[in-house]
Design a protein around this ligand. Structure first.
Ligand SMILES: NC(=O)c1ccc[n+]([C@@H]2O[C@H](COP(=O)([O-])OP(=O)(O)OC[C@H]3O[C@@H](n4cnc5c(N)ncnc54)[C@H](O)[C@@H]3O)[C@@H](O)[C@H]2O)c1
Length: 244
């Protein structure tokens, strides 16, 4: 069983990940600036508070890094502290604490323009085409993840996620667009996806994997690396599992 720190554990995906890891018997600790459910092991803190991160990282062997501004937002007040400076502190804290595996939440938005122009299914080996500032910040995360695998020998899994809606307005957006339905991933599939990444063999040194549900129209993201390296098979297709 792994000892897992989940940053962003109070968020949409984080809550599902904590629930699935706990169900599978892993030891789970949450980290978020928003307090988590009563009873769960949890550290309240910000990604820019190194002391809080170092405290949370004690006795952890696997980090799932979800905490971030999860879409485009003001660069200076949101993306810069949460998605860039925060990544520096989280990864340095993890390295110095002796964490063995990093599972880093990236986004399908790093392949935005190739998918928009119909070059699908996008494969993880293709050059990325980030949509804008948010996706560019995820490329920073992916790049330093690769650096950590090479420089420090950590196992690093980059999770390029599809779309797990956070609001009724986002659910409506997905309902209106075929491509969005094809990249939809339910909360419970998100939980399973990250649990598979935690449980993947130690031989996975660096991998980029897409996390999406079962497409209903056209395959947008190549699911083969998630299948072969992590053993992940999505169970839900839009709109299954929306409230999971
Ligand atoms: N939901 C999706 O469709 C989707 C798609 C692709 C990638 N992602 C990525 O997955 C991750 C989780 O997304 P989500 O949809 O659950 O988002 P969310 O907004 O529901 O959760 C993010 C959590 O991170 C926390 N957080 C943000 N900044 C923080 C900081 N500075 N310090 C401490 N905690 C902080 C928030 O309080 C929140 O609980 C993000 O990295 C996001 O970029 C999500």
């Amino acid at each position: 069983m792994a000892s897992v720190l989940v940053t962003g554990s109070s968020g949409r995906i984080g809550r599902a990940v904590v629930a699935e890891l706990t169900r599978r018997g892993h030891r789970v600790r949450g980290f978020d600036r928003v307090p988590g459910p009563a009873g769960a092991e949890f550290v309240v803190g910000s990604l820019t508070d190194r002391a809080a991160l170092d405290h949370a990282m004690q006795d952890i062997d696997t980090l799932i890094h979800l905490a971030a501004t999860p879409d485009d937002a003001d660069f200076l007040s949101e993306i810069l502290p949460n998605n860039l400076l925060g990544v520096y502190h989280v990864l340095e804290s993890a390295r110095l604490a002796g964490v063995k595996r990093l599972i880093l939440a990236s986004s399908g938005q790093v392949n935005w323009w190739q998918r928009e122009s119909g070059q699908i299914p996008v494969r993880p080996t293709e050059a990325a085409s980030p949509r804008y500032w948010y996706a560019a910040s995820k490329m920073f995360l992916e790049s330093i993840g690769r650096g950590f695998a090479e420089m420090h020998g950590l196992s690093v899994i980059i999770a390029r996620l599809g779309w797990c809606p956070r609001t009724p307005a986002q659910e409506q957006e997905i309902a209106e667009q075929n491509w969005a339905q094809d990249v939809y991933i339910s909360p419970r599939d998100s939980g399973r996806f990250f649990a598979c990444a935690v449980e993947a063999p130690d031989t996975v040194r660096f991998a980029v994997v897409f996390g999406a549900g079962r497409p209903t129209h056209q395959l947008q993201f190549d699911p083969s690396t998630a299948r072969t390296l992590l053993g992940f098979e999505p169970e839900d297709a839009w709109p299954e599992g929306l409230s999971s």
